[in-house]
Write a protein that binds this ligand. Structure first.
Ligand SMILES: NC(=O)c1ccc[n+]([C@@H]2O[C@H](COP(=O)([O-])OP(=O)(O)OC[C@H]3O[C@@H](n4cnc5c(N)ncnc54)[C@H](OP(=O)(O)O)[C@@H]3O)[C@@H](O)[C@H]2O)c1
Length: 255
């Protein structure tokens, strides 16, 4: 039976979408949590849906800032004495191509989606080694498949997938497992934040019925379920794995 009893999990980007669903599920499965976001009201909303029997610490701040990364780790150790699980989920999505990507936009995407993941994982690694813990990175179908007009985002996720596999090899003999989930289109706030109007978002979701083999978009808890499996002892022989949670989109080829 899947459970996360005795786990202490750090989850970034828990104020919305996949991170929020993951925090709620993890707490229901028995994990204590340290959760991060910039929107305090939204983080409180996440906490209000969590299991009241688990302890939850919220950290408000930007995952790109090294003092916030350090705070996540020190608060976790001070309150719980250990870190068993790191879910690197926070990310930004931008619509831009080689013709119009601004370097500031490139930096924001790479620093949020990739550099902060390396920095936070580095800070957590000694503590994860002590607990033979796990890291789960939230990547994307854009890490393994190529799309137009998602250039820095796709680059960040492709690099994240290589990060997952390399770090899995580096930490394997220390008993730490490192895996990735790569979602297809999941209904969250990420597309609206990238500038989609309601009308454009509706059209996009409609088109997703044809771009995902299962004929629909996914929901945040469908990704959270796979993250929970990877965080649990049920996946004890799985590391360096990139798992698509994408309704079969990665297997599709235009014809
Ligand atoms: N939804 C999809 O279709 C889809 C598809 C493939 C992959 N993904 C991946 O899934 C993950 C979660 O995305 P989502 O769809 O759930 O998006 P979302 O609803 O926009 O949530 C993003 C989360 O990341 C946090 N975040 C972003 N930048 C941050 C920063 N600088 N500092 C701290 N927190 C930050 C946000 O927190 P605040 O708002 O509080 O700042 C929010 O909690 C991402 O890694 C994304 O790339 C999503």
């Amino acid at each position: 039976m899947l459970n996360l009893n005795n786990k202490v999990s750090i989850i970034t980007g828990a104020s919305s979408g996949i991170g929020k669903a993951t925090a709620i599920l993890f707490s229901k499965l028995g994990s204590d949590l340290v959760i991060l976001g910039r929107d305090e009201k939204a983080l409180d909303e996440t906490i209000s849906k969590c299991n009241t029997k688990t302890k939850i610490i919220k950290i408000i701040g930007d995952v790109k800032r090294s003092e916030i990364q350090l705070k996540l780790v020190t608060e976790c150790l001070t309150n719980f004495g250990k870190i068993t699980t790191l879910v690197n989920n926070a990310a930004v999505f931008r619509l831009s191509s080689i013709l119009n990507t601004k370097i500031e936009e490139y930096d924001e995407v790479m620093n949020t989606n990739l550099k902060s993941v390396l920095q936070l994982t580095q800070l957590c690694a000694p503590h994860l080694i002590k607990e033979k813990g796990t890291v789960i990175n939230v990547s994307s179908i854009a890490g393994t498949k190529s799309f137009q007009n998602l250039l820095p985002y796709s680059m960040s996720k492709a690099a994240l997938d290589q990060f997952t596999k390399c770090v899995a090899l580096e930490l394997a003999d220390k008993g730490v497992r490192v895996n990735s989930v790569n979602p297809g289109t999941i209904e969250t706030n990420i597309h609206r934040r990238a500038g989609y109007t309601e009308e454009q978002y509706k059209t996009f979701l409609e088109r997703c019925k044809t771009t995902h083999a299962l004929g629909r978009t996914g929901q945040p808890d469908e990704v959270a379920n796979t993250i929970a499996f990877l965080a649990s002892d049920l996946s004890s022989f799985t590391t360096g794995e990139i798992i698509h949670v994408d309704g079969g989109r990665h297997a599709m080829t235009p014809r």
